[in-house]
Design a protein around this ligand. Structure first.
Ligand SMILES: [Cu+2]
Length: 271
């Protein structure tokens, strides 16, 4: 609690991944997460003050007005000033909370003009990422412990994947999120995003990664036996590195428009 209040979160939380004995939220790497952390800390001050105030009142009552200390209690039943105060002050506190809360909600929900669009599809039990502007899609599968050992630097356990989602730094990324079979949820704590992946419904969110690095998240909707084993790994790189990756990826991964006619042909052939 003290550490949180003193703002020592940098020492306690990892960048882009959880750390042992972590107490606070993961470090922020997007403007939305900056605001979420600010709002979290702001609420913590308010809730701590209210809790301390109620505790002090309880202690005063217990000490000053117990049967021994105060044998003949007062018969007072109403106090207009006090009743108006304990109605108005909580209303004022709620309004003070509501203003930044709604501002944050609109900030999260209004997608700014996007530089790049990526569609994440939740599947049992892995994610697929499509880059519709560049017409390719690939699967992102969790690495086993043995596979992890071969990667340098070794990715964190249950979070590393074979094919990471790659985005450029300081660009606005629009995420389209959908489920292919059951409801999943796409979450990256450092970007402050968490949105359901629902079959038949395209959800949208956005983020702007402000620091290069690898940011991990996990499916956040119970989706079946391997729910815990479909991590999300986002690699944030410079714009030049991203352009180079995009060129490679276009060759490496099957093109969406190449794959689709075959599927359609196979389906209509079967009818
Ligand atoms: Cu899932």
């Amino acid at each position: 609690m003290l550490a949180v209040m003193l703002g020592a979160d940098a020492a306690l939380a990892g960048l882009g991944q959880p750390s042992p004995w972590q107490m606070t939220l993961q470090q922020s790497a997007s403007p939305v997460m900056d605001d979420i952390i600010w709002f979290h800390d702001f609420l913590l001050w308010i809730i701590a003050a209210i809790t301390a105030f109620v505790l002090i009142l309880l202690l005063i009552v217990a000490v000053k007005f117990n049967a021994k200390a105060n044998p003949t209690p007062s018969r007072t039943t109403h106090n207009t000033l006090l009743e108006v105060a304990w109605t108005v002050i909580p209303v004022v506190i709620l309004v003070v909370i509501a203003v930044p809360s709604f501002r944050l909600l609109f900030f999260q929900l209004n997608t700014p003009k996007a530089d790049i669009t990526i569609k994440a599809t939740g599947k049992q039990w892995y994610w697929s990422y499509a880059y519709p502007d560049s017409k390719f899609e690939f699967d992102s599968i969790m690495l086993t412990d043995a596979e992890r050992k071969k990667v340098n630097p070794e990715p964190p356990r249950l979070l590393g994947v074979d094919n990471e989602m790659v985005v450029p730094v300081n660009k606005i990324v629009r995420m389209h999120v959908i489920g292919a079979d059951v409801i999943h949820a796409f979450t990256v704590p450092s970007f402050g995003i968490k949105i359901d992946a629902i079959p038949g419904r395209l959800n949208e969110t956005w983020f702007k990664a402000t620091r290069e690095g690898v940011y991990y998240g996990q499916c956040s909707e119970l989706c079946g036996k391997d729910h815990a084993f479909m991590p999300i790994a986002v690699r944030v790189v410079s714009e030049q590195a991203f352009t180079a990756w995009l060129e490679d990826a276009k060759k490496k991964y099957a093109r969406i428009d190449d794959a689709q006619p075959k599927t359609v042909a196979a389906a209509s052939g079967a009818e």
